[in-house]
Design a protein around this ligand. Structure first.
Ligand SMILES: Cc1cc2nc3c(=O)[nH]c(=O)nc-3n(C[C@H](O)[C@H](O)[C@H](O)COP(=O)(O)OP(=O)(O)OC[C@H]3O[C@@H](n4cnc5c(N)ncnc54)[C@H](O)[C@@H]3O)c2cc1C
Length: 381
């Protein structure tokens, strides 16, 4: 059996690895000229953690996971507001969850998947056709490939979805925020090693995230209904954040020295079905839950794992396998999409009182008696 996978992000690579474990061959088609690295820190848990354990990649992921020593919330003038310690952060995350760079999850998956899957970079999908025997995929290099299954794992703005399921505007739900993230070559001197610093004011959040091994990520998330996909972050971010002090000017200056900036709207993908004959969508292409849910990488790995399980359980019956896969996964996706939409309402509120209220649980967690209780309850047993 053979799959063509569009996209070598977490979902695509996890699918290639899981399918190889049930004896399938895969061809991965990636638009980027080479592997992406870095990205941003994600918290990886839930069904993703369980799947990683079953797929045999958990030890490699844990080796690359990072620990935040301190999470410091700042006031708009840069002064410290309150601080969560390493133990409190671990307690709020709960068990079987790790913080890890998105690029490091991809590296672990890539190192395992590349033995069995062929990866073609700088290539994309241009047309799809299918019949009872196979799916036929035309690629931008002029070649045509045939397979039993086509997996569109090409992210939020999936070309596979546009070709087979319909135009993007039928599927995207804009949560009225934008996000920008990039790796910093230098940590601002006022932020201690291992510390993540964050500030929220006037509907805007900014953070410098310590991501282990001396790596640091700049994060910007703000409320807006304006802007277009092609906007230049080097123009937009100084306009949005220019009035704020703290380390922000230094962090904005770091944008000029970084390899790539992720800058997009925060949008969910809501699709009534994830399969169309021999074509399926996986990961953000199918169900993007957004960073507000903090669960997209978990769903990408968990979704790929369950796809492999159902294909193995229904040999020779693709429709039955895909129906079972979707029925099993959809409740989890629905739950996380609802969570994402709820968080939208309270994320970086413009109103200072609402901001104070949304931070109240964290402020309480920072108080020594609560901190001691949480640490005892969740970490020590
Ligand atoms: C700032 C931020 C914070 C986040 N925090 C968390 C978190 O804490 N926890 C969590 O679990 N999740 C988090 N997420 C979500 C998580 O990162 C994503 O859900 C996950 O990475 C999705 O992986 P994917 O493989 O589906 O898509 P993507 O990562 O978008 O990968 C798609 C791949 O397809 C390629 N591609 C795109 N178009 C084409 C094309 N036409 N042809 C060929 N290739 C193509 C791309 O180059 C890319 O390699 C966060 C996301 C963001 C933006």
């Amino acid at each position: 059996m053979r799959a063509i996978i569009i996209g070598s992000g977490i979902a695509g690579l996890a699918a290639a690895l899981r399918l190889s474990q049930i004896g399938w061959d895969s061809l991965i088609i990636e638009r980027a000229p080479k592997r992406r690295s870095g990205g941003y820190g994600v918290s990886f848990g839930g069904i993703g953690y369980d799947a990683a354990e079953r797929m045999g990649i958990l030890p490699d992921l844990l080796q690359r996971a990072f620990v935040t020593e301190e999470l410091v919330y700042h006031k708009p003038n840069g002064e410290r507001s309150f601080t969560l310690t390493r133990e409190t952060i671990a307690a709020t995350m709960g068990p079987r969850t790790m913080n890890i760079l998105r690029g490091d999850i991809e590296t672990v998956l890539y190192d395992k998947a590349r033995d069995t899957a062929e990866i073609r970079f700088a290539t994309t999908i241009t047309a799809v056709d299918q019949d009872a025997q196979a799916v036929h995929v035309t690629l931008s290099d002029g070649s045509t490939e045939h397979a039993d299954l086509l997996i569109g794992a090409d992210g939020l703005h999936s070309a596979t979805r546009a070709l087979v399921f319909g135009p993007e505007e039928d599927y995207l739900l804009d949560l009225e925020h934008r996000v920008a993230v990039y790796m910093l070559d230098k940590r601002p001197a006022s932020i201690a090693p291992g510390t993540t610093g964050t500030l929220s004011a006037g509907g805007r959040t900014v953070a410098v995230i310590s991501a282990g091994d001396g790596r640091n990520v700049a994060f910007f998330g703000y409320r807006t209904t304006r802007g277009h996909r092609g906007d230049d972050p080097a123009t937009v971010l100084p306009q949005v954040y220019g009035d704020l002090g703290w380390v922000i000017p230094e962090v904005l200056a770091g944008m000029a020295r970084t390899d790539s900036v992720y800058f997009d709207t925060i949008s969910q993908v809501v699709a009534p079905t994830w399969s169309h004959g021999r074509v399926i969508l996986l990961g953000d292409a199918a169900w993007c839950v957004t960073l507000f849910a903090g669960y997209g990488s978990a769903l990408a790995v968990g979704g790929a794992d369950r796809l492999g399980t159902e294909l193995e359980r229904h040999p020779g019956d693709l429709p039955a396998a895909l129906a079972a896969w979707e029925a099993e996964l959809r409740p989890e996706v629905d739950k996380k999409q609802k969570l994402g939409r709820r968080v939208k309402g309270v994320y970086a509120p413009a109103n200072p009182l609402l901001l104070w209220l949304t931070q109240l649980p964290l402020r309480l967690a920072a108080l020594p008696p609560v901190r001691r209780h949480m640490t005892r309850r969740y970490i020590k047993g």
